[in-house]
Structures are given as C-alpha cells and as structure tokens.
Design a protein around this ligand. Structure first.
Ligand code: UD1
Length: 373
C-alpha cells in the first residue's frame, strides 16, 4: 500500500496544507505522509500553526534550518531524496512558492514520482524574487497544476503546459480563513492593544526587496513612524526583518514611535483577528493580499508587482511599492473612505480543498487504490 506525501516547509505553507489533508483523508480517504522540511523552525513561525489549524504532528521532519538559497535547497533535496527512496510515495503534493516547494518537487520528479502543485501558475514576472524562480521551475516539472485564479491558467497555457494538467480549484488558503474566522473574532485582539475595531493599521514586512537594503528599510521605518501619527499601527516583526533592523540599528527608532506597537510574529488566529478588524493593512505578503480581499479590508501592498493580479482587479489590494508619496496618498484615500469594495472571487468559497482532492483522485486514479487510513 502506497501513500501521498504532503510537504510543508515555511509559514505560508501551513494554511494551504490543512484543507488538503482534511480533504484527502476524508470519507474516501487516502493515506498521507506529512513531511516538514524545517525551513521555518521557530515555534512562532511553525508549531503554533500546527496547533491552531489542527494539523497533526509531521510524520517526517527533515530539519534543514536556515542557510543561503543554494545550501538550503540542496539540503532539502538531499534529505528528501533519502526519504523518497525509502518510502516511494505514489505522489507528492507541494504548496506555494518557497524553497521547500521547489526542492521537494525536484527531488520527487527526478525519481519518477508525480508532483501536484497547489497555487500553480502565479507569476509576478519579476525574476529578482526568489519565489518567482521557485514558481516557474515547480510548475514546469509538476504533473498536476492546481490553480487559484484565472491568471494562473493563462500563464501556464502561455508557458506551453498541457491543458489537461491544469485544474482550476480555487484558493485553499481561503478555506482555512473561513474555517478559522469565527474563532479568530472571539479573541477580541484589538482590545488587547487598547485599539478599537477599524481604528488601526496592521503592518507586515519581510520581502528581501523591502528589508535587505538598509536605505530602503530606513525609509520605510521613517514612514511607518510618520504614518502611526495618523493611524496607530500594529507591526508583528518577521525574524528576517528583525535581524535586518538590528543590523541597521533601526529597531530602537521603531520602538520609539508611541503609536507603533511591535510584536513577535503572530499565530494564525491572532493575525487573522487583527487583519479582520483593521482599517487597513500595509504588507508585502502574497497571502495577505488574498486574505484582505476576502475580508474586504483595504490592502496597501508594498510591492511594485503582484503574482496575484485578481486581488488588484477585483479585490482590495493597491500596489504602492515602497514609494512614500504613493503610500501616503493611498493611506489618506482609505482613511477618507475612498476605496473599492471587493467583488467575490470565483471559487474562493471555502471548498477548494475538496476540489483539489477530487482533481488528484482523478489525475492519479486514487479511486482505484485500496486505501484505508
Ligand atoms: C520564506 C519564503 C517566502 C515566504 C516567507 C514567509 C523562500 C525563498 N522564501 O522567506 O516566500 O513569504 O518565508 O515567512 O522560501 N528565520 C528564523 N526562524 C525561522 C525561519 C527563519 O529566525 O523559523 C530567520 C533566519 O535568520 C533566516 C531568515 O529568517 O535566515 C530567512 O528565512 P528563510 O526561510 O530563508 O526566508 P524567509 O524570509 O522567511
């Protein structure tokens, strides 16, 4: 009897794998092996998501940790190949666009094991983003491409991917959002900061393009201090950003702003609770552009491009880059109530996991396997 490997590595993977596991292991269940590469390892970046999202402990841990891109990717390749050679799963599911996604997909296809990619086809067309390289390569070698939005299908067809491999299933991360939103709201988190609903902004920053260059980072820090004079800001600080702020001597400057609340990275529910009740979100995260769109919260996206154009076309995302003038102008518009209310996105309905599992069952003929969990 064989099994399907489900791979996670970094924070944005966990909310996408939770509905996949639930759907695969449902009534007509298949056996799954949950593999954690260990790309993210801090309890606040990993364990808390397993607890809150009800994901079982990983069956296999590769414990690769942090390093340069090449070394981290190489370590995952080596460790995952060992696991694959021993266990020979019938298929591997990878999610998103992190280094773990690319490395595990590559290790699997090299051994002739088919790969399904959740969130396939997204393209920012910015090859300086490590995630863009991961997306392009993972899609080129995957057998089943599970797509969240129409641009994904168009991009894949444009890259010559066979139409039969492409399945429009919707957004698994949004399944998790709908699943967790009631519990998140119960936390009444804004009150903990002495803030009212709709009376603050939520900030997250971690992209190399915003945090790795000390001049860019210093300009953003100055701007956040200034904006917090208009609207109090809550800023959970990603470990990568914390280390860059410390190196550049900017952490104290941020701490000194009286209405800017710095916190450790938040759990899934805490972040969702703060997002849902915010006046606006300022972020360079991919996932938060999608989540704010569903929540109807304006999102000032601190990037020049997005691989998720539907969040700009139908949703609440406004691309402001890291240009202070554009950011100030967008903030004023939102505060004055001038922003577009979102249109529901097709198939972002809380049932994407079931459609993804159905697509896998059909593509990999799982219905004919004699699987019992
Ligand atoms: C990674 C993903 C990015 C994703 C982000 C979400 C890649 C190329 N990047 O970026 O797409 O949006 O995760 O968080 O895969 N660190 C810790 N503790 C941890 C993990 C990391 O302290 O648990 C620190 C280390 O100093 C590490 C740095 O953060 O070097 C960066 O971590 P890494 O996983 O390389 O990239 P992220 O910036 O987190």
């Amino acid at each position: 009897m064989s099994q399907i490997d489900c791979v996670v590595g970094a924070r944005p993977n966990f909310m996408k794998i939770a509905p996949m596991l639930r759907a695969l292991e449902g009534p007509r269940g298949v056996r799954t092996c949950l593999v954690h590469t260990g790309q993210h390892y801090d309890p606040g970046m990993s364990d808390v998501f397993f607890e809150q999202l009800g994901i079982r402990a990983p069956d296999v841990r590769l414990d690769v940790g942090s390093d340069t891109h090449a070394r981290q990717t190489a370590r995952i390749l080596e460790h995952y190949e060992d696991h694959l050679s021993r266990t020979r799963p019938a298929g591997v599911v990878v999610v998103g666009d992190v280094n773990s996604t690319l490395a595990c997909a590559l290790a699997a296809v090299k051994l002739g094991i088919p790969v399904a990619h959740v969130e396939a086809g997204l393209r920012s067309r910015d090859r300086r983003m490590p995630e863009e390289i991961n997306r392009v390569v993972t899609d080129a070698i995957s057998d089943v491409l599970l797509v969240t939005e129409e641009s994904g299908r168009r991009n894949l067809l444009g890259e010559g991917i066979e139409p039969s491999k492409i399945h429009m299933v919707g957004n698994l991360m949004i399944d998790t959002l709908y699943h967790e939103l009631p519990r998140a709201r119960e936390l009444r988190l804004p009150e903990r900061y002495g803030l009212g609903d709709g009376a603050y902004g939520l900030v997250t920053l971690h992209r190399p393009s915003n945090v790795d260059d000390p001049r860019v980072l210093a300009a953003l820090v100055g701007l956040l201090g200034e904006l917090s004079g208009t609207l109090p800001l809550v800023f959970p600080v990603h470990p990568r950003t914390r280390s860059r702020l410390e190196t550049a001597g900017l952490l104290e400057r941020l701490r000194a702003a009286p209405r800017l609340f710095l916190t450790e990275p938040l759990g899934y529910r805490e972040n969702l609770a703060l997002m849902a009740a915010a006046k606006l979100v300022l972020t360079d995260s991919g996932g938060m552009q999608e989540e704010t769109t569903v929540l109807g919260v304006p999102c000032l996206t601190l990037r020049d491009t997005t691989e998720r154009p539907i969040t700009v076309e139908l949703g609440t995302s406004i691309l402001v880059g890291n240009d202070p003038i554009a950011i100030r102008a967008a903030l004023s518009e939102v505060i004055e109530g001038r922003y577009r209310h979102p249109t529901p996105i097709p198939l972002w309905d809380g049932h994407a996991g079931a459609r993804a599992a159905e697509a896998l069952r059909a593509a990999w003929d799982l219905v004919h396997w004699n699987y019992v969990i």
